[in-house]
Ligand binder design. Structure first.
Ligand SMILES: Cc1ncc(COP(=O)(O)O)c(C=O)c1O
Length: 486
């Protein structure tokens, strides 16, 4: 008897058994398809082009140049090894004072001096991924909910919900006003949640938006901050793309708006990271900046689970304190982003493809609804499969961002070189010239005798960078899509 009940007991935790990571989504499937058959201009010119990775790789040369000119910034050079012992022994969860000071100053600079940041409120975490989760652990209990304008960053489902047990309620936005969230939409989502007996703890905004590539206006931020204040809700702003703004209107941070709007600072929190603005996702530098003392204290204690290594802190403290470099980098980075964005979007326009007018981010929101067989999410997935399998472009379908309107796709544009952009545009041209996506692309596939064989690598792994072998957050096992053959 006892033996039988023992057998029924689960060996693993519910977290280990559940699907909360969200890896079974087209967002991750697209990465896996790319990982199996990555495009290379000479070694694998028919491979999948990665347009699904929001990485800022356009200004690496500036960082590399700075590193060469500042050999003492690293503890692993003959010039810098004198600091090795001190830095390698450092493990205080407050972080290096000079690092927190430099980050606070950088955050102020990115916001054009319209807000200043207190280094004592800077809490470290492993990327914005860890920062978001830590913050939510401080703000909510399992079952509590946050309202999030959709479309939103798919990995929020992992970062914010998975281990905390917190719920996310999408606030559906639509193309009638370029997907900008309105107060009316927010109020309606809130009312419905309350009627359903859900304990709403706050609102989560991403500004600039991933996936839209647009910024929130000051008016919208003001009205939403007033809304959260009146309802006694937290306002969490993910501002990790703040320095990627490359066109007007300029970026407005919640830190600026709260100075002019009646609000409770204890309820306002910013998530920041150097993954996008500096293009350093591998450094895993995430920041929780909260105006609430208790949150700062608690998050700091929790940060022991995901500190930024002291070596990274040491290097970045020097780099971010170099004002001349920071000015040059920010200016040049946004100039290059603007140029690349314009080339890509104009190239698509030439093919009759419209994109949402964007001014920020490392991606744009492409409208392919006219290529759908019918206006449904199933048709969107059908078109997506054609794009990834036949056209060999990994773009991310709108449904993976919880977009309610079918036919939109996010295209990342800053993780490749100019040549790859031209190849991608040529492939899209072919897709369009073959007629409409899903239906005709099947013919298109047969005509080119396309046969997917994701299990064989066409490109010698040793020739690829580790990054090409596996995307940073990509889950290891093959998904059913990746195993598929057509
Ligand atoms: C809106 C948003 N938040 C958070 C993250 C995670 O960033 P990090 O690499 O710093 O963990 C991303 C990454 O794409 C993102 O787009």
């Amino acid at each position: 008897m006892e033996f039988a009940s023992e057998k029924k007991r689960e060996i693993l935790s519910s977290i280990a058994r559940n699907d909360g990571h969200g890896e079974h989504s087209p967002y991750f499937d697209g990465w896996k398809a790319y990982d199996r058959n990555p495009f290379h201009p000479t070694q694998n010119p028919d491979g999948v082009i990665q347009l699904g990775l929001a990485e800022n790789q356009l200004s690496f040369d500036l960082i590399e140049e700075w590193i060469k000119n500042n050999p003492t910034a690293s503890i692993c050079t003959p010039a810098g090894v004198g600091k090795f012992k001190d830095v390698a022994n450092f493990q205080d969860y407050h972080g290096l004072t000079k690092f927190r000071q430099a980050v606070a100053k950088f955050m102020g600079r990115v916001r054009r001096g319209k807000a200043t940041f207190d280094p004592n409120r800077v809490v470290m975490s492993g990327g914005a991924t860890g920062a978001s989760e830590t913050l939510i652990f401080c703000l909510a209990d399992p079952g509590d909910a946050f309202l999030v304008p959709s479309p939103y960053y798919p990995a929020f489902d992992r970062d914010i919900r998975w281990r905390t047990g917190v719920r996310l309620i999408p606030v559906p936005c639509n193309s009638s006003n370029n997907f900008q969230v309105t107060l009316a939409q927010m109020e309606s989502a809130y009312t419905k949640a309350i009627e359903a007996n859900i304990n709403v703890k706050g609102v989560i905004l991403t500004n600039p938006s991933n996936p839209l590539g647009t910024t929130l206006s000051k008016e919208t931020l003001t009205s939403l901050l007033s809304f959260t204040f009146k309802k006694n809700l937290h306002m969490v702003c993910d501002e990790i793309y703040s320095a990627t703004v490359f066109n007007s209107p300029a970026f407005t941070s919640i830190s600026e708006v709260m100075q002019e709007t009646e609000c409770n600072p204890d309820l306002v929190h910013i998530i920041y990271s150097l993954s996008k603005d500096l293009g350093l996702p591998g450094f895993r530098v995430g920041i929780i900046y909260s105006y609430n003392d208790q949150v700062v204290n608690c998050a700091r204690k929790m940060s022991s689970f995901g500190l930024v290594s002291s070596q990274s802190q040491h290097l970045l403290a020097s780099m971010l304190s170099d004002e001349v470099f920071v000015e040059k980098f920010l200016e040049e980075s946004s100039r290059r982003l603007a140029k690349r964005h314009s080339r890509f979007v104009e190239g698509l326009k030439h093919e009759g493809i419209h994109c949402l007018e964007g001014n920020a981010g490392l991606f744009f929101w492409m409208d392919l609804h006219h290529l759908l067989k019918e206006p449904t999410h199933d048709a969107e997935m059908e078109l997506w499969r054609v794009i990834i399998k036949d056209v060999k472009l990994n773009v991310s379908p709108g449904s993976s961002f919880h977009c309610m309107e079918p036919g939109f796709f996010r295209v990342c544009f800053a993780n490749m070189d100019d040549h790859t952009v031209e190849v991608a545009l040529k492939r899209i041209k072919e897709l369009v010239s073959k007629g409409n996506g899903s239906g005709d692309a099947k013919k298109h596939g047969r005509k080119r005798n396309l046969s997917l064989n994701f299990t064989s690598r066409k490109c010698d792994e040793s020739l690829m960078s580790p990054h090409q072998r596996m995307s940073p957050h990509s889950p290891v096992p093959q998904s059913p899509l990746v195993r598929a053959r057509t």
